[in-house]
Design a protein around this ligand. Structure first.
Ligand code: PLP
Length: 392
């Protein structure tokens, strides 16, 4: 048993999580942006080994030299099958889809189809920070309709934002994040139907980022926007990037509702030239064959939500944390700690632990920080210890 003796010094397996010593060897941005003594719990990468079906599909493609350009309906069919099985939605028609380089570039392209330069896009802060940067780069002014204090969509704020966005008869769009990053809010069917009704009444086009949809808490069912009444002219984006940790193998799927098919048909052919064939193979395998792996990780994230809540209650009881129903992200209200507007900067500087700073998430981000729960329990425990140490 020499082999197992040689392994005695490495950390034992902790569910699906890669132990910290092994995760640290990764070369992605999570591990390389900050100095090695900073523990990273920021960007949405998971400390997991990849799903077996994904590894097999990529390995087979590389070995076969299947390294050309992407084509075909396999990705769309895999997502359609997943949507039918998991979410009870059989309305995803592969004929109304397009493969795009990734979710954000796909969202940009969908917004280009339904708005022009200078047209306003409504978003719900606090929200995934790149929404701001991509919209700025696209020359689409942002109108904020903040989430309510309960972390849910505020229909009055949305109505006000839609009215302002449409002033002067300009076209306008709404970029909805569903499930919501960073709060983990899963919008209900009723909420989404109300959004569709409101958008229809104001003539605002809805583009939905559903990248976190596969990563719901156990027992929580995601509702696809295009499955609700009134959403037929919606455009959505999905990928396996978050659910199966495939951010480095980019490829996403744009899906049009029946009344948006003609818009999607205007997508310039060139957009497809940015698609990574290996990415398509990986995401297709994930949605088609990665369900068991996903469920294992979802359960482990459930446990980590409870672990974080317990650790915070014991060591940082002033931090307010309402565990979300989706994503592997935790949105922490640190205002009562008295660390100023950007507690993540203090945690990083004094505690040597990197969370995502709340200020980047727009309105509602002051005094907040985002914690990435997709890590081994030992990592989460150490991260909270460092956060608490930053207060000393
Ligand atoms: C809400 C949301 N949208 C988009 C992305 C990025 O996706 P992609 O790399 O496919 O553009 C992320 C990554 O964390 C995200 O959280």
């Amino acid at each position: 048993m020499r082999g197992s003796e040689a392994n005695v010094t490495t950390s034992p397996p902790q569910g699906p999580w890669v132990p910290l010593d092994r995760a640290r060897q990764r070369t992605s941005i999570k591990w390389r942006l900050y100095p090695a003594d900073v523990l990273p719990v920021w960007v949405a990468e998971m400390d997991v080994d990849p799903a077996g079906p994904v590894v097999e599909a990529i390995d087979a493609a590389v070995r076969a030299g299947d390294l050309g350009y992407a084509t075909g309906a396999g990705y769309a069919e895999a997502v359609a099958g997943f949507a039918a099985e998991r979410w009870g939605w059989d309305g995803l028609d592969p004929a109304r889809t397009a493969i795009v380089p990734d979710v954000m570039l796909g969202a940009v392209e969908m917004l280009k189809l339904v708005t022009g330069p200078g047209d306003t896009v409504v978003i719900n802060p606090p929200v995934y920070p790149p929404f701001y940067g991509f919209l700025r780069n696209l020359d689409r002014p942002v109108r904020e309709a903040p989430l309510g204090s309960d972390g849910r969509l505020d229909l009055d704020a949305l109505a006000e934002a839609f009215t302002a966005a449409r002033a002067g008869g300009r076209r306008a769009a709404y970029l909805l994040c569903s499930p919501h990053n960073p709060t983990g809010t899963v919008h209900t069917a009723d909420e989404l139907a109300a959004v569709a009704e409101l958008a229809g009444r104001h003539n605002v086009r809805v583009v939905v980022d559903e990248i976190h949809a596969p990563m719901t808490a156990s027992g929580v069912t995601f509702v696809p926007y295009l499955s609700v009444p009134g959403a037929a002219d919606g455009l959505t984006l999905i990928s396996g990037s978050k659910g199966w940790n495939l951010a480095g193998l980019k490829a996403a799927l744009a899906v049009a509702g029946p009344a948006a098919a003609a818009d999607l048909a205007r997508l310039p052919e060139e957009v497809g030239h940015g698609v990574n064939h290996l990415g398509v193979i990986a995401h297709t395998a994930a949605f088609r064959d990665g369900g068991d792996w996903l469920d294992t990780v979802r359960s482990a994230v459930d446990a980590n939500r409870r672990l974080l809540a317990d650790l915070l209650a014991a060591q940082l009881p002033q931090v307010r944390y309402a565990p979300g129903e989706a994503t592997f992200l935790a949105w922490l209200d640190c205002r009562a700690l008295g660390l100023g507007d950007d507690p993540a900067a203090v945690f990083r500087g004094r505690g040597r632990v990197a969370l995502s700073g709340g200020l980047d998430f727009g309105a509602g981000g002051v005094g907040h920080a985002r914690f990435n729960l997709a890590a081994a329990p030992e990592t989460i425990t150490e991260a909270v210890r460092r956060m608490a140490a930053a207060l000393d």
